[in-house]
Design a protein around this ligand. Structure first.
Ligand SMILES: [Zn+2]
Length: 233
C-alpha cells in the first residue's frame, strides 16, 4: 500500500498548524503572568515612593517647628534686650541672640534642602503612579486580547485534532503505532519533507535506495531524527 506525498504533506501541515496554536494557548497565560509580576513590582515601587515622600514631609515639618521655636526665642530675647539692667546683661543677651540667629540661618538652609527633597520625592511618586497605571493597562490589554483569542484558539485546536485524526488514516496500519509515538514525542517535527535526498528535519542524507523507496510512496522514518519522511518538490 502506497501513500501520496500530497496527503502526507497535508498531514504535516496540520501538525504544524496544531503545534502553533497549542504554542499560542501555552504562551498566553505565561505572558499574562509576566505582566502581573511587572504590575506587582510597580505597585511595590509606588508604595516605597509614597513612604519616602511621607517621611520627607515629616522631616520638613519638624524642621519648620524647630525654626518657629527658635524664632519665638529670638523675639523673646529681643524683648529682654530692651529691659537689660546692666551692660553685662545686655552683652550676654546680645551674644545669645547672635548665636540663635546663626542657628536659625543653618536651620533655614536645612529647611530649604528638605523642601527640595520633598519636591524630588513627590516627582518620584508621580512617576511611579504613571508607571503603575501603564503596567496595569498593559496587563489588562494582554488579558483581554488573550481572552478574546482563547475561545477561537481552542476551537481551532479541536478542529485540527479531528482533522489530524482523519488525515492520519492515510498511514498504513502497521506504521500507525510508531507514528503515534513519534508525534507524541516530537510534535510537528514528527514528519519532515525530503529534499534532494536530505531529511529536512535533521539534514541527514539518506541512501539513494531509501530516497527511491520514499518517492514511490512507501513509509520511511528518518534513521537519524525518527521523522516520517515524505517527498517534497
Ligand atoms: Zn531526520
Amino acid at each position: 500500500m502506497t501513500v501520496s506525498a500530497k496527503d502526507l504533506g497535508h498531514l504535516h501541515n496540520l501538525h504544524i498548524e496544531f503545534q502553533e496554536i497549542v504554542g499560542q494557548l501555552d504562551r498566553g497565560p505565561k505572558r499574562i503572568k509576566a505582566k502581573q509580576q511587572q504590575t506587582a513590582q510597580k505597585m511595590q515601587e509606588l508604595d516605597e515612593a509614597r513612604a519616602t515622600l511621607k517621611q520627607t514631609k515629616v522631616s520638613a515639618e519638624q524642621k519648620n517647628l524647630e525654626l518657629k521655636s527658635l524664632e519665638t526665642r529670638i523675639s523673646s530675647m529681643n524683648g529682654k534686650l530692651n529691659q537689660a539692667t546692666s551692660n553685662k546683661e545686655f552683652e550676654a543677651i546680645k551674644g545669645q541672640i547672635m548665636a540663635d540667629e546663626m542657628a536659625k540661618s543653618v536651620l533655614e538652609d536645612e529647611g530649604l534642602e528638605i523642601l527640595d527633597r520633598v519636591d524630588v520625592a513627590y516627582a518620584k511618586m508621580k512617576e511611579c503612579e504613571e508607571a503603575l497605571k501603564k503596567a496595569q493597562e498593559e496587563e489588562k490589554l494582554f488579558r483581554d486580547q488573550f481572552d478574546s483569542r482563547a475561545a477561537e484558539l481552542n476551537a481551532s485546536a479541536k478542529r485540527l485534532e479531528s482533522e489530524i485524526a482523519a488525515s492520519s488514516k492515510v498511514i498504513p496500519a502497521e506504521f500507525q503505532e510508531q507514528f503515534r509515538r513519534v508525534s507524541a514525542n516530537k510534535g510537528a517535527d514528527c514528519m519532515a519533507p525530503l529534499i534532494n535526498g536530505t531529511c529536512q528535519g535533521c539534514y541527514f542524507n539518506l541512501p539513494a535506495q531509501t530516497v527511491i523507496t520514499i518517492k514511490t510512496g512507501h513509509i520511511v522514518f528518518c534513521k537519524s531524527c525518527a521523522a516520517l519522511l515524505y517527498p517534497s518538490e
